[in-house]
Ligand binder design. Structure first.
Ligand SMILES: Cc1cc2nc3c(=O)[nH]c(=O)nc-3n(C[C@H](O)[C@H](O)[C@H](O)COP(=O)(O)O)c2cc1C
Length: 438
């Protein structure tokens, strides 16, 4: 069985070369996916890999090969620079395409909602983050985020290490990481969130006092079509409250960043010129979706080059699990982005059970969505007058829309109904298209 390396570093990165040399030197067979040079489309967020072609993404590209290799792997290595506490856009694009490996149905594990396994067994995983600062807050976020991925991708065990590309002992660091990951009896502890983890990241920076923003750019990170996403519905709720305060809002869609070109440049220019930047995104495999990371990477480069830019960044994250706490690592990534670029963190709003909304205007459900509606109104009123998101709004939107147990049962009915609409019987949801050649 091979070691599968999902390599999110720039082409021919010295650390990738070192890792390959190490594996070859030990006579280990490996498959190296150098993702920066591989043709891979972004996930479209339609769940067809659960309810239309269960276990297989309908977009035909390198993702099938990657998933099939992972099924046969002795170890899967996720290699990436630490990019505001998460992965590079290239690695995240591949990770977003892996959800067909799990079953759509929900279950409860260690107090939180998770997906059921599709297969009987899953490989161990090694997460290698490259950073010169292995003990700063971004490294801590990377470790927790990798642990979350290990849980969601059902790793049999996992190891996460931050290695320094410049260190003299890099080969020894890589060798130690590989040894730990290959040893059957070791592994890092799967993380459980501290009770205040979400509140801590959502809390805005104490200062500065800003003038009321004349303009806001609201970036919608969902890969779903315009008008069809929860991220957009929440963005529109906040925009209405901001406009009522006199802040002119422009909604931007992640699709502008699928290819480099005029649409991406226009979106970047709007973000750079805005007084307030809001990112409203779905949670994809515990973190920000690929297109959001791509957009932020580009925005960060421009902020570095020309200075200026928005005075405040606010995050709105919604996730499929009913508990809002799953959004914590993604919000922390946004917060690190703000810190790294001298933008004030204006606060985070985290919603669980986002599939309840699915693009419908939030005002269509005034009772069920009373808390998110009120939270967005409070947030818009504060932000529109130059203040950060109020703590009351942060607490309100994070409360569950429906009890988690009921949500899990209703979600099961939804997947069966979606499969039927695609002419599939219930049993088809359990398909195991990628067999393991052991
Ligand atoms: C590729 C992918 C990965 C996902 N990963 C997670 C996850 O790790 N945790 C979670 O709670 N929801 C996850 N979801 C569910 C979405 O967060 C959820 O469906 C959300 O409401 C979609 O919002 P949108 O309509 O704005 O795109 C994932 C969805 C997709 C498509």
């Amino acid at each position: 069985m091979d070691i599968v390396i999902l390599d999110g570093c720039a082409a021919n990165h010295p650390v990738s070369q070192q890792l390959l040399k190490l594996a070859a030197g030990r006579g280990l067979a490996f498959r190296h996916f150098a993702l920066a040079g591989i043709n891979l489309a972004p996930c479209t967020g339609d769940f067809d890999c659960w309810t239309r072609t269960p276990g297989i993404c309908r977009t035909r590209d390198a993702a099938q090969d990657i998933v099939s290799a992972m099924r046969d792997a002795a170890l899967v290595v996720f290699l990436s620079p630490v990019v505001f506490g998460g992965y590079s856009a290239d690695l995240k694009k591949a990770v977003d395409r892996l959800i067909g490996l799990v079953h759509p149905f929900f279950t409860k594990r260690d107090g939180l909602t998770r997906h059921r396994p599709r297969y009987q067994d899953y490989p161990p995983m090694l997460f290698l983050g490259l950073s010169e600062r292995s003990d700063d807050a971004t490294a801590t976020t990377f470790r927790e985020y990798a642990g979350g991925n290990a849980i969601n991708l059902l790793a049999s065990r996992y190891v996460c290490r931050i290695v320094s590309p410049q260190a003299d002992d890099l080969p020894a660091q890589l060798a130690a990481a590989l040894d730990s990951a290959l040893a059957n009896d070791t592994g890092d502890a799967f993380p459980t969130p501290a009770s205040d983890a979400l509140a801590a990241v959502c809390r805005p920076d104490p200062g500065p006092v800003l003038s009321a923003p004349a303009t806001a750019a609201i970036f919608i990170g969902s890969a779903r079509p315009k008008g069809g996403s929860t991220s957009e519905a929440l963005a529109r709720g906040l925009a209405a409250a901001l406009e009522a305060q006199g802040t002119r809002c422009t909604l931007l869609h992640a699709a502008a960043f699928i290819k480099p070109g005029a649409a991406a440049e226009r979106a970047l220019a709007t973000m750079l010129a805005a007084d307030l930047l809001v990112v409203s995104a779905p949670l994809y495999v515990d973190g920000l979706p690929y297109l959001t990371i791509r957009a932020l990477e580009r925005l960060g480069r421009q902020l570095g080059a020309q200075g200026g830019g928005p005075g405040r960044l606010v995050g709105i994250l919604n996730c499929g699990y009913p508990e809002a706490v799953h959004n914590r690592s993604a919000l922390r990534q946004l917060r690190h982005f703000a810190e790294q670029h001298g933008v004030a963190w204006g606060g985070g709003l985290a919603l669980g059970g986002g599939e309840i909304i699915q693009g419908r205007p939030i005002d269509d459900h005034p009772l069920l969505l009373r808390r998110p509606i009120s939270a967005l109104q409070q947030a818009g009123a504060a932000l529109g007058s130059g203040l950060p998101v109020p703590e009351a709004a942060i607490a309100l939107i994070a409360r569950p829309l429906v009890p988690a147990g009921l949500f899990r049962r209703l979600a099961g009915i939804r997947w069966i109904r979606d499969a039927r609409a695609n002419d599939l019987p219930r049993a088809a949801l359990d398909q195991q298209p990628h067999t393991r050649n052991t």
